[in-house]
Design a protein around this ligand. Structure first.
Ligand SMILES: CC(C)(COP(=O)(O)OP(=O)(O)OC[C@H]1O[C@@H](n2cnc3c(N)ncnc32)[C@H](O)[C@@H]1OP(=O)(O)O)[C@@H](O)C(=O)NCCC(=O)NCCS
Length: 325
C-alpha cells in the first residue's frame, strides 16, 4: 500500500533526516545547501514542498517542488529519487505528478525540470516536453500557450533572492538579447546553445558569487515573479586577486535597454569592494552588450579566438577591462 505525504520547509529534524536519507541514496552533494533549505532559510521568498511516497511506512521515493512565495507563476521540480530496490513500479511518476499538482494548486501555470535525454524518460510520461537541452516543461491545463513573455512589464533592479530561482529558469527559456548570460558560470542563452542546467542554474550562480563576496542583480517584474535579466559581479579569487572582478549582464530581448543600469549598479558595487580592475568577456556577436560595456568605460584588451562552443560552432570572444582607480 503506497501512501503520499507533503512536507513543506521548514521541516522538523526527523523529516529532514528522512528526506536527506532518500537524497543521499543517490547524491552526496547538491547545488544548494540541503540543511539551509530544510531549515527554512529560503522560505521567506521560496516555497519548497517535498512529496514522500511510503510503502509499509518506509520512505521509498520523493520529489520536491519550488515556487516563488510572492505571486507563484512558475514551479520547478527537483530531487526526484526512488530507492533502487523500488524502481520500475511507477513511484517517480506518482511523486512527480503530486509535486506538479502542488505547484499548479498554488497558482503556477508552468512546471520545469532538468533531465537528460533518454528513451522512455519518466517525465515524458508525466506530460513534460523538452524545451531544449536539459530543460523540460509541462503546462497547467489551458496554459499551453503561456511560454513566451510579453514586453511592457514594469521592472525594478534589485539583489537576487532565493524566490527568483523559479523565475530565472523561466528566463532561460526566453529569447534573450545576449548569447551569454553569465560567462564565469558558462550560462548561455537558449538561442545560442542547448542549456545544460535547469533547476541548478540559479543556485550555482547565487552560491558561487556570494562565496566570493559578489553581487547578483535581478531585473525583476514588479507585478509578478518574472525575471527579465541578470547581472553578476564576481570578485577575486581573494585573497591574492581581491583587486579584480568579473562582470556580466544579460536581458530578455524586450528589456535589453536595462543593461546600462545593471552595469552602473555593478560598477558601484565593485567600487565599494575596492576592486581596481573589472573584466568582462563577451562573445564577439553580442554587439549590443559590447556597446553597453563600452559606454560604461570598458576597453578591449585581447581577442580570444574560438573561446566559446556555441550551437553554431566555435565563437570568438573579446576580453575587456575597466580600471576603477
Ligand atoms: C529516475 C528515477 C527517479 C525513476 O524512478 P522509478 O520509480 O523507477 O520511476 P517510474 O517507475 O515512475 O518510471 C520508470 C521509468 O523511469 C525511466 N528512467 C530511469 N532513469 C531515468 C532518469 N534518470 N531520468 C528520467 N527517466 C528515467 C525509465 O525509462 C523507466 O522506464 P521503464 O520502467 O520502462 O524502464 C530513479 O531511477 C532514480 O531514482 N534514479 C536516480 C536519481 C535520478 O537520476 N533522478 C532523476 C533526476 S532528474
Amino acid at each position: 500500500m503506497i501512501k503520499l505525504s507533503r512536507h513543506a520547509d521548514p521541516l522538523e529534524p526527523a523529516g529532514q533526516q528522512e528526506l536527506i536519507g532518500l537524497w543521499r541514496s543517490e547524491w552526496t552533494r547538491t547545488d544548494y545547501d540541503w540543511l539551509e533549505a530544510l531549515n527554512g532559510d529560503y522560505a521567506d521568498t521560496l516555497r519548497t514542498v517535498s512529496v514522500v511516497a511510503r510503502i509499509d511506512g518506509r520512505a521509498v521515493a520523493s520529489a520536491t517542488v519550488n515556487f516563488a512565495a510572492h505571486a507563484p507563476e512558475t514551479c520547478l521540480i527537483g530531487n526526484v529519487v526512488t530507492l533502487a530496490a523500488f524502481r520500475g513500479q511507477g513511484l517517480a511518476k506518482l511523486v512527480t505528478d503530486a509535486a506538479v499538482a502542488i505547484g499548479f494548486e498554488a497558482g503556477c501555470t508552468l512546471a520545469f525540470l532538468g533531465s537528460s535525454r533518454m528513451e522512455g524518460n519518466v517525465y515524458e510520461r508525466c506530460g513534460f516536453i523538452r524545451v531544449a537541452g536539459s530543460i523540460m516543461c509541462r503546462a497547467a491545463p489551458g496554459f499551453e500557450a503561456d511560454m513566451t513573455f510579453a514586453p511592457g512589464h514594469a521592472v525594478a533592479l534589485r539583489d537576487a533572492q532565493w524566490g527568483d530561482m523559479t523565475g530565472f529558469v523561466r528566463l532561460l527559456t526566453q529569447p534573450l538579447a545576449d548569447a551569454v548570460i553569465d560567462m564565469p558560470r558558462g550560462l548561455m542563452s537558449i538561442a545560442a546553445a542547448d542549456p545544460k542546467r535547469c533547476v541548478s542554474a540559479f543556485p550555482l550562480v547565487h552560491e558561487s558569487v556570494h562565496l566570493r563576496g559578489g553581487v547578483v542583480l535581478m531585473l525583476a517584474a514588479i507585478d509578478s515573479s518574472r525575471i527579465f535579466g541578470m547581472g553578476t559581479l564576481t570578485p577575486g579569487p581573494a585573497p591574492s586577486v581581491s583587486h579584480r572582478g568579473i562582470v556580466d549582464v544579460a536581458a530578455h530581448a524586450s528589456y535589453a535597454t536595462h543593461r546600462d543600469e545593471m552595469l552602473a549598479r555593478l560598477l558601484a558595487a565593485a567600487g565599494s569592494r575596492r576592486i581596481e580592475t573589472l573584466e568582462a568577456v563577451v562573445v564577439t556577436s553580442d554587439t549590443a552588450k559590447l556597446e553597453a560595456l563600452g559606454r560604461a568605460g570598458f576597453r578591449p584588451v585581447a581577442t580570444l579566438p574560438g573561446h566559446l562552443r556555441l550551437r553554431s560552432g566555435p565563437a570568438d570572444a573579446v576580453r575587456l577591462e575597466l580600471k576603477l582607480t
